[in-house]
Design a protein around this ligand. Structure first.
Ligand code: 13P
Ligand code: SF4
Length: 368
């Protein structure tokens, strides 16, 4: 299923006026009451990129891998309210029991990157690539992809990756002696493969729109084929942003997420997953200066939690992740009220056969 914003908008119910008209105090009070009432039958998960008003009530906060692991480990909650985006809720559904319902408070919370690779496009690409390379190719998908893509990868004995284990997993895939077909984020694929010693000239790009393999300046054999997708948030950080902040603060450390472009990652001092960024900033020495290139809700939280350091956004004028921001306190209250009324809405349920194959890919990653 393609979760393009315009399309998914059709499915999201409008909030009732009773919730629309509630004050912040009333909304917060209601969350507390319902959480008390449901106890351990309810689990609220919050991704690091969520708004503070949602994080405040999350039972566990983490990156996509950590949240998937929390969901998998939990066996008491029959309602898991996932404050994150659609592909994360799908992963939680795949990893939890049949009697546990995963709920996404606003169905418009998709991911523009995940939308850049559909199942149909992937099948077409695979046909062309296997005609060219035979069986010497293995698919690897970033977890920021639909359950159908994960299932496709599982069926072909490939694996998923997250930004926090990308190096380990891509290294494993390279050691299989096969060409890696990396979906759907070209930047994470390129940055990770380059870190592991793959030359840019050994990488090609699959363009899902023209259905062509773009091979530029390649004099060497191809080791990695990158799907031409990107994150519309992280791709907006630029080398100019880095030069500009360094011209103001000579001793600043620049740290970025590997969904940023190759040029930005090369120009930064550090790069790594969301969890890596959180850990580095929290552990940094007092008085040190940092510019962070990732989602604004997280950067603002890191600024507030680290007042003994000087922490800045690499580009304070950039847009936040619009889809992550779809989830707010009102939608959280709406989801909880629906659970209480036993009229649960926005359950994310992955088709059973798709779930079986997607789980193969996810399990391979977890076991690696
Ligand atoms: P993490 O895997 O680091 O949580 O990232 C998810 C994401 O959407 C990054 O843009
Ligand atoms: Fe998707 Fe980018 Fe938003 Fe992450 S930050 S959810 S990759 S659009």
């Amino acid at each position: 299923m393609n979760w393009l914003l315009e399309e998914s908008k059709l499915f999201q119910e409008k909030l009732p006026t009773t919730i629309e008209n509630m004050s912040l105090i009333e909304l917060e009070q209601r969350v507390r009451e319902i959480k008390d009432k449901l106890g351990e039958k309810l689990l609220i998960l919050g991704h690091h990129y969520q708004k503070d008003e949602v994080i405040k009530f999350s039972d566990a906060v983490g990156d996509s891998l950590q949240l998937a692991q929390y969901a998998e480990k939990n066996d008491t909650a029959n309602h898991i309210v996932f404050c994150g985006v659609h592909f994360m809720a799908e992963t939680a559904d795949i990893l939890t029991n049949d009697d546990q319902h995963v709920i996404l408070p606003d169905l418009r919370a998709g991911c523009s990157m995940a939308d850049m690779a559909t199942y149909e496009q992937t099948i077409k690409a695979w046909k062309v690539l296997t005609e060219k390379y035979g069986n010497d190719i293995i698919p690897v998908t970033y977890v920021n992809s639909t359950a159908e893509i994960k299932a496709f990868v599982g069926e072909k004995n490939g694996t998923t990756v997250t930004s926090s284990n990308a190096e380990k997993i891509v290294e494993w895939a390279l050691n299989q002696g096969k060409i890696i077909f990396f979906l759907p984020d070209q930047h994470l694929g390129r940055n990770t493969a380059h870190k592991l010693g793959v030359d840019l000239a050994e990488m090609a790009i699959w363009n899902p729109i023209t259905e062509e393999l773009e091979i530029e300046n390649n004099t060497q054999d191809i080791k990695v084929v990158l799907w031409k997708g990107h994150c519309s948030v992280h791709e907006n950080f630029t080398v100019e942003n880095i030069n500009s902040i360094r011209s103001i603060h000579k001793d600043i450390n620049v740290i970025v997420h590997p969904e940023c472009t190759f040029e930005v990652v090369q120009a930064s001092d550090y790069n790594g997953s969301t969890k890596y960024i959180v850990d580095v900033i929290n552990a940094a020495e007092k008085g040190t200066k940092w510019a962070i290139g990732t989602e604004h809700n997280l950067v603002n939280r890191l600024i507030n939690d680290n007042m003994d350091k000087q922490v800045y956004s690499l580009n304070p004028y950039m847009c936040s992740c619009l889809t992550m921001n779809r989830i707010d306190l009102k939608h959280l209250v709406w989801s909880l009220e629906n659970i209480l009324k036993k009229d649960v809405k926005n359950i994310i349920k992955v088709d059973q056969q798709v779930a079986v194959n997607a789980k193969k890919a996810l399990n391979k990653m977890m076991n690696l």
